[in-house]
Unconditional design. Structure first.
Lengths: 339, 310
């Protein structure tokens, strides 16, 4: 399968009064047609900045893509003009935002907001646009679509609004859908419904999805592959199976241990410490300060990439043959190194 | 909607009644009478005159008579302007004042919003600093000082515009400029700050993610939301412009209502005071009502009426 998207060595920096924040520091990943890639990581790790960079929606100033390439169907989006980007946004690449309560304009009807992208990019009559809008509302499961088109966002519940946001994102039939924490603002039962909707839509339209989230439950449900981000870098990628059952990076393991489980006894095990300051990120492994297995090399040199399988890639010195007993190191239940 | 209108109408009448009562109290507490002038006149003549205008009656009776005249929209004859009723004066003065006020509002709103939008879009740029500096000046300088400055510079020194009166469009430029600068500055600052806030909202990002042009995003998505606070202060601004017309009309010798209003107070011309006050109040109340309706039209979340007792 060909890659619809390839991100190579992406660097994004924000200039602030306090200095430059290096939010994304050399991110590489790719996405195949019809695939769902989840980018996970804690708040501030650069996952939203990465996704906004693909759409070139980083507010500039202060944000800037300082290096790297974003190849979408072979075209480098970092070099595309703003006009070219406008013809890509909403048509080839669409985006779903985190909070459906604020993503819709309160003063315009749902119908207006649904069809405006379509009218902007395609030559359609008002009648065709309306028919398409009704079709989209049916696809995302909103009853009485014809009536609902005339209503305003405040007349819908949170879950319904997220369905509408999804309908807006899909109305021009994009090839790539970027969902930035699409279920974070919703309650659990609605989350499940929205995830089902994603699965249904992908089956019907074959759209490729990048899912940004910090919720591993969401990832487990719909992702094909997972990329784990930490302090502006991707530190481990692999298939869903490889990440959930064969995670190698201590941070990934720590993340998995931080999820409450119904079948496990004892306290939840958070990762000690906090992420590094991105004003002056560490030269070595950014996780070194919090890692229970830190070695001397970790502080000084960023780990080289180790390919464990075709998909499973990890950046950790523990994978180096010179690391003592690296393969046999296992995290215990309490998340610390056994001694 | 009908119920809401009726409710507002009732409140309007109560407000008017309070204004009338306060005006009446102020009128009787100010010493002097329309006939108590420099020219000393015969006491019998004065008593006759007072009797003619019911000024010899007890205050309570006078109050009731006033209420009656207002209820019938007949404010009676002016005491000081011979052979003229208050309604005549209002009919002559109001169209001119209305014209001045409306042109001022249109100029202030359009230029204020435009300045605000450009300042917000070019946030912290040269246009922004210039416009906001101008706005601070506009807010700080009282309109009567601006008016005299404008007359001195543009009318007397350079003779670009006429000095005073109200005849042709070129006569309107200076008074409108003097009157509109303050409200325009307020609107510009308000539009800028709300625009800046609205532009960071998720729905603006979403509009950008749809691939809409910056122009369309500004007009269709941002401006509509940014206008809400502007509409809110429109009521206050209308009042400010209305009272501003008194002063500006005096300075530019414009024969509007403001002139009668000020003169009537100086001359204790009671029917004219009452007539102009009630008229101004009613007009302002009507304008505030219109502002509320516009508010509801702009933002569908604001319901003017409640359905079925919910």
């Amino acid at each position: 399968m060909e890659n619809i998207l390839e991100v190579k060595n992406l660097h994004v920096t924000f200039s602030t009064y306090g200095g430059n924040v290096k939010a994304v520091r050399g991110v590489d990943f790719h996405l195949k047609k019809g695939e769902t890639l989840a980018i996970v990581g804690e708040s501030g790790c650069g996952k939203s900045v990465t996704s906004n960079s693909i759409m070139r929606l980083i507010p500039n100033p202060p944000g800037r893509i300082v290096a790297g390439n974003i190849l979408f169907n072979g075209e480098d989006l970092t070099k595309a003009s703003e006009k070219r980007m406008r013809s890509i946004r909403g048509v080839d690449i669409s985006m779903i935002f985190q909070d459906p309560m604020t993503a819709l304009n309160p003063t315009l009807t749902i119908g207006t907001q649904l069809i405006e992208g379509l009218v902007q990019h395609h030559k359609v009559t008002a009648k065709q646009a309306k028919r398409k809008a009704i079709e989209m509302l049916e696809l995302v499961g909103i009853p009485n679509p014809e009536e609902r088109l005339k209503q305003y966002p405040h007349q819908f519940s949170g879950g319904m609004r997220q369905r509408i946001v999804i309908a807006i994102a899909l109305i021009c039939e994009p090839e790539l859908l970027i969902a930035d924490e699409p279920t974070t603002a919703l309650d659990v039962t609605i989350q499940a419904q929205i995830l089902e909707l994603f699965i249904k839509i992908q089956k019907e339209t074959g759209v490729s999805i990048i899912l940004i989230t910090h919720d591993l439950g969401v990832v487990a449900k719909i992702a094909d592959r997972i990329a784990v981000m930490y302090a502006g870098k991707i530190i481990e990628t692999g298939t869903k199976r490889e990440i959930f059952y064969e995670a190698q990076h201590p941070y990934t393991k720590g993340l998995l241990h931080s999820v409450p489980r119904l079948d496990a006894r004892g306290d939840l095990k958070p990762i000690d410490g906090s992420p590094p300051d991105l004003f002056s990120p560490p030269i070595g492994c950014p996780f070194a300060a919090r890692c229970p297995f830190t070695m001397e090399v970790c502080d000084n040199v960023f780990p080289v990439q180790t390919n464990l399988s075709h998909h499973h890639i990890v950046n950790c010195w523990l994978q180096d043959p010179r690391a003592k007993k690296s393969k046999s190191v296992r995290i215990t239940v309490d998340g610390r190194q056994p001694t | 909607m009908l119920r809401y209108t009726l409710k507002r109408l009732l409140i309007a009448f109560i407000t008017l009644w309070i204004i009338i009562s306060i005006t009446f109290l102020l009128m009787i507490s100010v010493p002097g009478s329309p006939f108590n002038t420099d020219k000393t006149s015969n006491e019998t003549v004065q008593a006759n005159l007072e009797a003619h205008y019911n000024l010899d009656e007890p205050y309570f009776i006078q109050y009731v008579l006033y209420l009656k005249s207002i209820a019938t929209f007949d404010f009676g004859p002016s005491i000081k302007q011979p052979n003229q009723t208050v309604n005549d004066l209002l009919g002559r003065g109001f169209p001119i004042s209305f014209e001045l006020g409306m042109i001022t509002i249109v100029v202030a709103v359009i230029s204020g919003i435009t300045l605000g939008i450009f300042s917000a879009l070019k946030h912290n740029g040269i246009i922004d600093y210039l416009a906001m500096g101008f706005a601070v000046l506009g807010i700080s300088i009282p309109n009567f000082i601006l008016a005299t400055l404008l007359i001195q510079k543009l009318a007397v020194d350079y003779s670009i515009f006429p000095v005073a009166t109200w005849a042709s469009p070129s006569h309107m430029v200076l008074p409108v400029l003097a009157l509109a600068t303050g409200p325009m500055a307020i609107i510009a600052r308000l539009t800028r700050s709300t625009m800046l806030e609205v532009l960071t909202q998720d729905y603006i990002k979403m509009a950008r993610a749809k691939g809409l042009s910056p122009w369309k995003i500004t007009i269709k998505h941002a401006l509509r939301n940014a206008l809400m606070p502007v509409v809110t202060i429109m009521g206050t601004l209308l009042a400010a412009i209305l009272t501003g017309t008194f002063v500006i009309e005096q300075i530019f010798a414009i024969p509007g209502m403001g002139k009668y209003f000020v003169e009537s107070i100086n001359q204790r011309d009671y029917p004219v005071i009452m007539g102009t006050t009630v008229f101004y109040s009613a007009f302002l109340i009507l304008m505030l009502f219109l502002v509320d309706i516009v508010y509801g039209l702009l933002d569908p979340r604001i319901k003017l009426h409640k359905k079925g007792g919910k």
